[in-house]
Design a protein around this ligand. Structure first.
Ligand code: 6GU
Length: 384
């Protein structure tokens, strides 16, 4: 793979000679070439920027030097990468895609950006990708080009010493953040390595790592959990105050069914007012799912003093019941329970058979030994 970098700061790319990327170059797997945009200027001052048409702050990179250097570097089979905060977000999937290319040219913009005609022109001649590292602004695209390079080059076959670590990171905990890792010594400054990792029980280790990965993902990147629970890919998101009116309506619809199933109107969720819903939304960790803008599912959790994560108000719009959404919500609210939670507890109607079946399938057990409100039963589950 050939990687070209066009920049007004060639020194930024000194790290390419270091570390694994440098080794890949030594092995002949990749070739790095750095080009100073200013050598493609033809005025005394080597100007690469000018004021923007239409006015406004900042400077824009002039098209002529870019045109000249890109004409020189690009040909059939070239992918030109413009690093810009307004590009498509860079992620592992995109790194894997770029790793299949033979020739990447990184055009590193500075100032307010490059004259749009450079990008439009490049598109007429080959593949162009405008890529951003994330939602923040860097002074220029150089650091982004380096980051993209490191993510891409390590995916080239023959690059990593240990091919297994690549397989593991892409498959082991698909879509989840990595679990925490430990090495010797077993105790350090009063902190111990979790006993399960030293147990030699591989199944237990795997289960623990999976649970840790789910908890971390729920705490830090809830957007990655159940990213496509519904056919349009709607995620489960934290409820906001503005969800209260729809929650009230959905709750009434769901608990009328419960009232019929249990032949009783004496169910708190059925009697709550709008103000009641607004009030509990403030103190419960509540999650909702929308489809095409419509609120179709919700669930809430709250930590009790005894360490139990109290799960409740699992609601699914009547037309979507039986679609598996209730189970997804139940799995989700368990995954987002705080670290301190040691068990899960939930209540449902004595005669709510469908609910009880789902809860039992999810590992909950009926607890006749615990007290429940009149007409209800308690189910609990120990946290793994
Ligand atoms: Cl690719 N360039 C710049 N200038 N800022 C960024 C970025 C790229 N990605 C995130 N911020």
């Amino acid at each position: 793979m050939i990687l070209d970098y066009v920049t007004i700061f060639p020194d930024f790319f000194a790290p390419l000679d270091l570390s694994l990327a440098g080794k890949a170059a030594d092995k002949g797997l990749v070739e790095f070439r750095v080009h100073d945009l200013r050598t493609h200027t033809h005025d005394r001052h080597h100007r690469v920027d000018d004021t923007p048409y239409g006015g406004g702050a900042g400077m824009v990179m002039k098209p002529e030097p870019w045109g000249e250097v890109l004409d020189e570097l690009t040909g059939p089979g070239t992918t030109i990468v413009f690093t810009t905060p307004s590009g498509e977000p860079f992620d592992q999937r995109l790194a894997e895609e770029l790793a299949t290319r033979e020739h990447l040219v990184f055009a590193c913009g500075r100032y307010e950006g490059i004259d749009q005609r450079v990008i439009d022109h490049a598109r007429e001649h080959g593949e162009v990708r405008e890529i951003s590292l994330g939602d923040y602004v860097l002074n220029g695209g150089e650091v982004a080009a380096l980051a993209i390079t490191e993510a891409v080059v390590r995916l080239i076959p023959g690059f990593m010493g240990n091919a297994e670590s690549l397989v593991e990171e892409s498959h082991a905990e698909g879509g989840l953040l990595e679990y925490p890792v430990y090495t010797k010594p077993p105790e350090w400054r009063g902190h111990e390595v979790p006993a399960v990792l030293r147990s030699g029980d591989h199944a237990k280790v795997a289960a623990w790592r999976h649970d840790q990965a789910v908890r971390r993902t729920a705490a830090r990147r809830p957007d990655l959990l159940h990213p496509s629970v519904l056919d349009d890919g709607s995620p489960i998101v934290r409820a906001v105050a503005g969800d209260a009116p729809e929650l009230l309506v959905l709750q009434r619809a769901c608990w009328v069914q419960e009232a019929l199933a249990n032949d009783s109107l004496d169910i708190p969720a059925l009697h709550e007012s709008y103000d009641d819903v607004v009030a509990w939304l403030r103190v419960w960790d509540t999650w909702v799912v929308r489809r095409a803008g419509r609120l179709v599912g919700a669930v809430r959790g709250r930590l009790e003093d005894d360490g139990a994560w109290d799960i409740g108000r699992i609601m699914v719009a009547p037309d979507l019941q039986g679609s598996g959404l209730g189970r997804v919500l139940l799995d989700h609210i368990q995954a987002v329970a705080p670290e301190r939670a040691t068990s899960y507890v939930l209540f449902t109607g004595v005669a709510s058979e469908r609910n009880q079946r789902m809860y039992k399938k999810a590992g909950f057990r009926l607890r006749g030994d615990l007290t429940a409100p009149p007409g209800a039963v308690v189910l609990t589950k120990r946290r793994a």
